[in-house]
Design a protein around this ligand. Sequence first.
Ligand SMILES: CC(C)(COP(=O)(O)OP(=O)(O)OC[C@H]1O[C@@H](n2cnc3c(N)ncnc32)[C@H](O)[C@@H]1OP(=O)(O)O)[C@@H](O)C(=O)NCCC(=O)NCCS
Length: 168
Amino acid sequence: MSELTFRRASTDDVMLLDVMSNAPHVFPSLGTDQPWDWPREVEASWQEVWIIDLSATSKPIGVVVVLDAAADPSGYWGEVSPGTYAIDIWISDASQLRKGYGTVMMKHAIDRCFHVHNAHTILIDPLAKNEGAIAFYQHLGFEVIGARTFGADECIVLRLRGPDSGRD
Ligand SMILES: CC(C)(COP(=O)(O)OP(=O)(O)OC[C@H]1O[C@@H](n2cnc3c(N)ncnc32)[C@H](O)[C@@H]1OP(=O)(O)O)[C@@H](O)C(=O)NCCC(=O)NCCS
């Protein structure tokens, strides 16, 4: 059996998501532009909010969000072509960091983007100061595109192209 269980979040998880995204080691990494509005996020048709539990205990340890950047009505990513997706991820239980769980969660999210949603590109926007997360994404094959400011957040944008991607 897999060590992690993935389940789609629902409106029943709004308070849990609030707690998980406010963990002291997570909150400063999430940026200030467009704070998470969980009742709306879990219902949005253009994104998937996944909660990850440790299978052995059913304890929630992390969140990963897969979103259709071209369909996001807020236009957060600006002009991007259809098939451009974005991922947000965090492990809310600090005792579970650096055990490979983030990698498993990202692989799940990448698989959703490329093989379920037929994305051609995935974008990620860690804060520029979040060097650990940038190293993590590079470890997964993402390439740095460059710096970009979202609201007051100075970020580094990284990109992963899909296996069949010939488009931009
Ligand atoms: C980023 C995050 C999801 C990584 O998850 P994780 O489970 O700790 O990462 P993994 O154990 O899968 O790491 C895989 C590899 O990525 C790299 N990596 C991960 N975290 C790193 C860090 N803090 N510093 C440098 N490299 C890191 C390493 O190469 C690591 O392999 P190693 O442990 O064998 O050296 C997690 O640190 C986290 O949730 N951080 C707080 C919130 C956050 O910053 N989210 C990202 C917002 S953009």
